[in-house]
Design a protein around this ligand. Structure first.
Ligand code: SF4
Length: 284
């Protein structure tokens, strides 16, 4: 584990891994990546439908379900997923019919900022304003776990990823962000023996999570601290483990590598069906 890297630049998508320096090392130093799978395809396609819906609302137009379905279909690739994505978009539409109880301020906005000496970037799905004037980030998530049974909404009460969205939106707009509304689409469960197919009815959930100034200040400190920790690890080659991160949202893809510390991680990764992205290659 002696490979060093020079300067570091950490976007929000990387901060999820920054909670464990060892996973950062596997993903961004050794460039060990997972091949795209059905979940990524479905999430991207569903996201495109909602980006269309909220983009139209921002522009004070009335989006139609048909246009949202078309936006989703433009980015989904394999035909076998199309009908499932269609069901997700239709379910969302039935659960949250127009008009929305808020106005849309911005959609799919990429923003970069510095927090002390730490670069921090991220993409905001949507920022909305409620009738009382308060601003919220609206985040769209898809999940294979039904929150009605797994209580996985509880995670968001203290989740630092959504706090990060609030910090980013405050920097972007120069206004206070009261919290984050999480739209969570349960996709249904995977069919037994058919890992590429889903059964069961999708369900759309929406919950609002407030964020205090203290939580935002803690988040900023964490970004600064973890950026320094990563820079230190990159010069010493000591990429330490943070086992609290192993099962946060889903099992860490690098768990097998951590279990086999004497194997060459890149070799083992390839044996497990992973891939290695060359310098300057595709980025997730
Ligand atoms: S399995 Fe756990 S300790 Fe290992 S890289 Fe993943 S999060 Fe870090």
């Amino acid at each position: 584990m002696g490979k060093s890297i020079g300067g570091t630049s950490h976007g929000w998508s990387r901060l999820e891994e920054i909670s464990c320096p060892r996973s950062y090392y596997y993903k961004y130093v050794l460039q060990l990546r997972q091949p795209a799978d059905i979940n990524l395809e479905i999430g991207t396609s569903f996201h495109a439908a909602l980006a269309y819906r909220f983009g139209a609302l921002r522009d004070e137009k009335e989006p139609s379900l048909a246009a949202c379905l078309q936006a989703a279909e433009e980015v989904v690739t394999p035909d076998i997923y199309r009908s499932h994505v269609r069901r997700l978009v239709e379910t969302y539409w039935e659960e949250w019919p127009l008009p929305e109880p808020f106005s849309v301020v911005c959609v799919e906005h990429e923003h970069e900022m510095m927090i002390e000496d730490a670069p921090f970037t991220g993409r905001l799905d949507t920022v909305v304003q409620q009738p009382d004037g308060r601003l919220f980030v609206l985040e769209h998530k898809t999940s294979g776990i039904n929150p009605a049974y797994a209580h996985n909404f509880d995670l968001y009460l203290v989740d630092h990823q959504i706090t990060g969205y609030a910090v980013l939106a405050e920097a972007l707009l120069g206004r206070q962000i009261s919290g984050v509304i999480v739209d969570l689409m349960y996709k249904g469960s995977k069919k037994k023996g058919k890992p590429d197919e889903y059964s069961g009815q999708p369900v759309a959930y929406r919950e609002t999570f407030l964020r205090s100034d203290d939580q935002k200040a803690d988040f900023r400190r964490q970004v600064v601290w973890m950026n320094r920790a990563i820079r230190h690890a990159s010069t010493t080659g000591e990429w330490w483990c943070q086992p609290k991160s192993c099962h946060k949202y889903r099992p860490c893809p690098y768990a097998m590598l951590c279990q086999e510390p004497r194997r060459d991680p890149a070799e083992l990764w390839l044996e497990l069906g992973g891939k290695i992205v060359e310098e300057g290659g595709e980025e997730e």
